[in-house]
Ligand binder design. Structure first.
Ligand code: SAH
Ligand code: SF4
Length: 381
């Protein structure tokens, strides 16, 4: 099946023209796909039945992610979904909501771009499960469409999308960029470019390609260490890309796009959280305009622990006093293993906390419940 959700608007125009149909049929198709979120071609009722039948005969259809399990954090603000792709591949998608008094909540979706990840970062659950396969652009978009459907039932909508789920987006460059275009094109999903952030472990070639795309999306680079020796231990595939190379690529991205770059720094107790390392990071970043987001690490396999709060604040203070723009990320959903780096679907200890499958048509999401996290153990045991 060729998924109509893969088509960029000009490709939908071309398909409709190739069928000898009037141009407005493409608009009808696009509006149906990206505003009514049909789960099958039959549900695209704005198109005449004969045209639907022709599309189906030519192999076109509407792909949809199937929700296998859903878990909701105790405060109800974080929802982790286990989604099944058409070929049975399982991936995880997270919805993080930030209540805003008197308004709809800010609703950020964290999408996956690969099943698993080949980068092997030692503290990341996805990295530890290894690489399964790249996701297609329509499969990335399907995650947003699925959540948009869930939110619409509550009168809410997606406000931001971050490419920070499973996988390394820039190692799947073509599909990632197509997904960004599908999600931001005004005739498709139509989210503002500024509302999208792509996070990378530091694939330099990918950063430079992204800078040349003429998009105004945000870029986050996962740094985790101020020097190459330590970074190499945490990100074993950092290989030829030095911290200096990453700094230079971040500057080029800013110059080309005007968008500020954020460095993510997962703080690991006793590993990369010492005051001298904070001072070294401050020297590296002072005057660069780069924003640092400190993420106290979420415990996964491998025995890495998050530093005690005073240690996190001390690290932050050293950066701030050196004039570096820094924030500490408030972790969301860690008790349901829906926080950064905790996403994994194979032989996953986190699987035990999933809620049972939501029956089709069920009106309300499952009640929040505290997760029973299994003790961490090596993923390969
Ligand atoms: N592959 C990309 C995007 C997905 S990971 C990247 O590495 O940037 C998204 C973010 O989660 C990255 O900043 C990553 O370093 C962080 N992360 C991974 N494992 C984590 C963990 N156990 N605790 C906190 N953050 C983690
Ligand atoms: Fe891959 Fe990002 Fe995890 Fe590293 S942190 S293993 S790049 S998903």
């Amino acid at each position: 099946m060729n998924d109509l959700y893969r088509l960029l608007p000009d490709e939908a125009d071309a398909l409709v023209a190739s069928l000898g149909e009037p141009a407005y049929r493409a608009d009808q198709l696009l509006r149906a796909l990206w505003h009514t979120f049909p789960a099958s071609l039959d549900e695209v009722t704005t198109l005449p039945a004969a045209l639907r039948a022709r599309l189906a005969a030519e192999g076109w259809g509407v792909g949809a992610a199937s929700e296998m399990r859903r878990s909701v954090s105790e405060d109800g603000n974080t929802t982790k979904l286990l989604l099944r792709m058409d070929d049975g591949t399982l991936i995880e998608t997270v919805l993080m909501q930030y209540p805003e008094p008197g308004r709809h909540p800010r609703s950020t979706v964290c999408v996956s771009t690969q099943a698993g990840c080949a980068m092997g970062c030692v503290f990341c659950a996805t990295g530890q499960m290894g690489f399964e396969r790249n996701l297609k652009a329509e499969e990335v978009a399907a995650q947003a469409v699925h959540i948009a459907r869930v939110l619409r039932a509550r009168g809410e909508h997606i406000t931001n999308i971050v490419f920070m789920g499973m996988g390394e987006p820039l190692a799947n460059y073509g599909e990632t960029i197509r997904a960004v275009r599908l999600l931001t094109d005004r005739r498709a999903f139509g989210l503002a470019q500024r509302a999208i952030t792509v996070s990378t472990v530091g694939v330099i070639r990918g950063i430079d390609r992204l800078a040349a795309e003429n998009l105004r999306i945000g870029l986050a680079i996962s740094l985790h260490a101020p020097n190459d020796a330590l970074r190499q231990q945490l990100v074993p595939t950092a290989g030829p890309h030095s911290v200096g190379d990453i700094m230079a690529a971040a500057r080029r991205y800013f110059t080309a796009t005007g968008r500020r770059v954020t460095f993510e720094y997962a703080l690991i107790d006793g590993v990369n959280d010492t005051p001298p390392l904070a001072a070294e990071l401050a020297r590296l970043l002072r005057g660069s305009g780069i924003h640092v987001n400190l993420i106290p690490v979420n415990p996964t396999a491998g025995g890495f622990r998050r530093p005690a709060r005073p240690r996190v604040l001390a690290f932050e203070r050293i950066l701030r006093e050196a004039g570096v723009n820094v924030t500490v990320r408030v972790e969301k959903g860690s008790e349901i293993a829906a926080a950064c780096g905790q996403l994994r679907t194979r032989e996953s200890p986190a699987r035990v906390d999933f809620e049972p499958l939501t029956p089709p048509g069920a009106a309300s999401p499952p009640a929040p419940r505290r997760a029973a996290l299994a003790p961490s153990r090596s993923p390969r045991q």
